[in-house]
Design a protein around this ligand. Sequence first.
Ligand SMILES: *Cc1c(COP(=O)(O)O)cnc(C)c1O
Length: 396
Amino acid sequence: MEDKRSVGERTAAVHGPRPSEPGSLTTPIHQTSTFVLASADDVDAVYEGRREGDVYSRYSNPSVRAVEERVAMLEGTQAAAAYASGMGAITTTVLAFVPPGGRIVANEDLYGGVANFLKWMRDRLGVRVDLVPTTDAAALASALASGPRPSLCYLETPTNPTLRLVDLAAAVEAARAAGVPTAVDSTFASPVNSKPHALGVDLVLHSATKYLGGHGDLTAGVVCGSKELVARVHAVGKMLGPTLDPHAAFLIERGLKTLPLRVKAINENAQAIAEHLARHPAVHAVHYPGLASHPQHALAKKQMPGGYGGVLSFDVATFADAKRVLDAFRIVRNAASLGGVESLCSLPYQQSHRGQPKDALARSGITEGTIRLAVGVEDKDDLVRDLDQALSGLRK
Ligand SMILES: *Cc1c(COP(=O)(O)O)cnc(C)c1O
């Protein structure tokens, strides 16, 4: 059997890392909570690691393992562990590394659920949480080098919804110098557009609800890294129990087969739309790393060689205008989430960043008129036409 790790990305996505065996073409849905073991001695063999085997689905399940192996292959890591949501993967990972009273250094502009979780870690577990400006590599290095040694450097890039980037190579250098492991939420990039592990990041996280599943029909999350670190995370995952359901695992595996095709189409659509919006008179600003006008475009080119992803945001004059645009869309749907085949839109001011103080919004580059667009795989011309008709009649 050919070593599938040496094949191209599309082949890897379709075939995965396992040699195919005669029989079922796809991985069956192992819809079972437990597994029958061959003998009383076999129980010892499995527990002592002399034989690989499944005991109970909260620990492991063949359908879930198939997803974990395929995502690890696409992300370029030894191992991965899949959970029932992105937040399940993230909270499990952070809890596996950061003890009560410990310290975590992270960038600002974090996904809302993660920002809330870190506040909870601070209030309930006495964890010192130091947030540094997302684009400031020097501030990150200085936070990592000073004070008590952090247990984890937690990063997210690109960020929601203004698409700021953390310089991962610089972050890894600073974290290594301080002896701190790094974890990156790479959901917005997807494994196709960026490979954080190749840049030295220890743990790569994805909300598989987004690009990996890709069809808006499930929630799941994955953490990727070395066998040792993923085992450390899963030791906690087994206890907390954010277990991925075998049926959802089947859907993710199916989605993964077309991941490179979908992301390529989405990258192309988003780039064309960002360029179109940048020329539109009613649009005040466009945030997209693929635009030459993006302040970190050079970094994006280096760090996201596969493309710039499907999320972009743009500003119209007022909240009322933004609402009008949302309600005028005929193809783009008003729904949270991203990374699926359908184009979705939302207003950060009334959804992801609802109720945040004005100065926090301003720091994140969000206005009342900011519209987030998560571009899908529809025909580019149809999307551009839908945007144009929705924006028509807006004041400058
Ligand atoms: C959606 C998302 C999450 C949370 O994932 P869920 O699957 O909704 O739990 C975390 N990080 C980012 C960047 C996301 O977009």
